[in-house]
Design a protein around this ligand. Structure first.
Ligand SMILES: [Zn+2]
Length: 473
């Protein structure tokens, strides 16, 4: 049933008081859109193959993980865990949840809609339809992406929201993230088809930042999804890109930018370096067309890089320089980017692709080992997002973001090398259990807090509305 409500009631609670400042417009949302997240309890996973991804604890072949109130209390064999609920971990691999490092979650509403002709390609499709989105559509797209993320074993997402057309667009997006129970970063970005001569709404970004903590955000952080310097035919003037960059840096917000994704954009990293626009607070996305000197500049500045092999392959950007970046000591994360191109959000496939592309490009079977790829998907991804002190590995004191992957399924039989199995054999349907901050969000292969038929049904209705408004069939 469709209802129309004000943004204040739509958001609810203290968050609404801050996010709805300046509200007025009403937006249509589904009244049944809110899910109840399970409580953080106390449980112990018993007798699993535990891959801690911690250099000291390493793998524990018959290991236990004790979780209480959202934190990992203990990891080891034969743990005493008092009254904790026991979860049978036999025939399961337990590892940290996957960390996505860049994902335009809102446009999951346009899944697999990049067409086969230039005018129907990814960029024109997303720009044309993105302009027609309402806050309700942003909510539906992001919620669909978030539920897919949890189903597929992600526990952290970097939501790169490049369609904040008004303050209520950011609010709707954040509502979907908050309801999902995922950990992540929301990066505030430019609306689709925004004039290159105009900045984003910097006052709104500052208001969001100022009210962030008091709005009750505990699992989500805020960042800037920066356009950077642009490229022909949409070159961003320095007075615009500098103003956006300086505002974020002065506010202490992490900055993320797409760069050198096309051969024609080679030299873009050098331009950022010369303009003093790299740094530990700057994440570079794709960075495919870069020279050895530019890789050294990235490493020297301490910037991290996000690679999304499936979208890079699908759209024809080129091959990521994974080995060169790692050899230079650059922190790498893996990413979904957009399901408009990749179709789905599958970190197992992403890991397999990054390994296979690197090994093939270098004609070397042994170039990128499975365990190194698993690090990129977990602890190194967490490092690149600045959350490795909290998540990314399984050790006492960290927050409990973990997954259990079943080895009972036919594509996972027989049990051999677990790192190789995860990178080469596993798929999202093998994810038995997903825990974020101690909340069990997927168990025995079923989502606990979401009705997937409702999520997909409401998203389908939202897409039908977007297509109708755009006369796009
Ligand atoms: Zn992207």
């Amino acid at each position: 049933m469709k209802t129309t409500m004000s943004r204040r009631s739509f958001l609810g609670g203290a968050a609404a008081m801050s996010l709805a400042a300046g509200a007025g417009e009403a937006i249509a949302v589904e009244s049944r859109g809110t899910f109840n997240l399970p409580n953080r309890g106390e449980f112990v996973i018993r007798s699993a193959y535990v891959m801690t991804m911690d250099p000291t604890l390493r793998d524990i072949p018959r290991g236990d993980v004790h979780v209480k109130n959202g934190a990992i209390v203990a990891v080891g064999a034969g743990l005493k865990a008092g009254g904790a609920e026991a979860i049978d971990g036999r025939d399961m691999i337990v590892l940290p949840g996957f960390v996505d490092t860049h994902w335009h979650m809102w446009n999951t509403l346009l899944r697999s809609m990049a067409g086969d002709k230039r005018e129907l390609g990814y960029f024109p499709t997303v720009a044309t339809l993105g302009k027609l989105f309402t806050p309700g559509d942003m909510y539906q797209g992001t919620r669909l992406a978030a539920v897919e993320a949890i189903y597929s074993g992600f526990t952290f997402v970097h939501d790169w929201c490049h369609n904040v057309r008004r303050p209520d667009f950011a609010a709707a997006n954040l509502k979907a993230l908050r309801e999902s129970g995922l950990r992540g970063r929301f990066s505030y970005g430019t609306p689709q088809a925004h004039p290159p001569t105009e900045t984003i709404d910097l006052a709104d970004l500052e208001r969001l930042r100022r009210d962030w903590k008091s709005s009750g955000e505990d699992l989500l952080d805020l960042g800037l999804a920066w356009r950077g310097m642009g490229a022909a035919p949409a070159v961003i003037p320095p007075e615009v890109y500098r103003k956006e960059f300086d505002a974020a840096r002065a506010a202490g917000l992490p900055i993320s930018v797409h760069v050198a994704n096309l051969r024609s954009r080679a030299g873009a990293v050098d331009a950022l370096a010369k303009a003093n626009l790299l740094g530990k607070d700057v994440q570079l996305i794709h960075a495919i067309w870069i020279t050895p000197e530019e890789i050294q500049a990235i490493a020297a500045a301490g910037s991290c890089v996000s690679l999304s092999p499936y979208t890079e392959l699908r759209i024809g950007f080129g091959f990521p320089q994974t080995g060169e970046l790692l050899a230079a000591g650059v922190t790498l994360g893996l990413s979904v980017d957009t399901t408009v191109l990749s179709g789905n959000a599958d970190m197992f496939a992403i890991m397999k692709a990054i390994q296979n592309v690197e090994n093939s490009r270098t004609e070397n079977e042994f170039k990128l080992p499975a365990r190194r790829v698993l690090e990129l998907a977990t602890i190194e991804g967490a490092r690149s997002m600045g959350v490795d002190d909290r998540v990314g590995s399984l050790k006492p004191g960290k927050r409990a973001d973990l997954i259990m992957v079943s080895t009972r399924d036919v594509n996972m039989g027989v049990f051999t090398d677990p790192a190789h199995m995860l990178v080469e054999a596993a798929q999202p349907s093998n994810v038995d259990t997903v825990v974020v901050d101690g909340r069990i969000l997927k168990r025995r292969g079923k989502l606990m807090a979401y009705d997937t038929r409702q999520v997909v049904g409401q998203a389908s209705a939202a897409l039908a509305g977007v297509r109708k408004r755009g006369n796009w069939w």
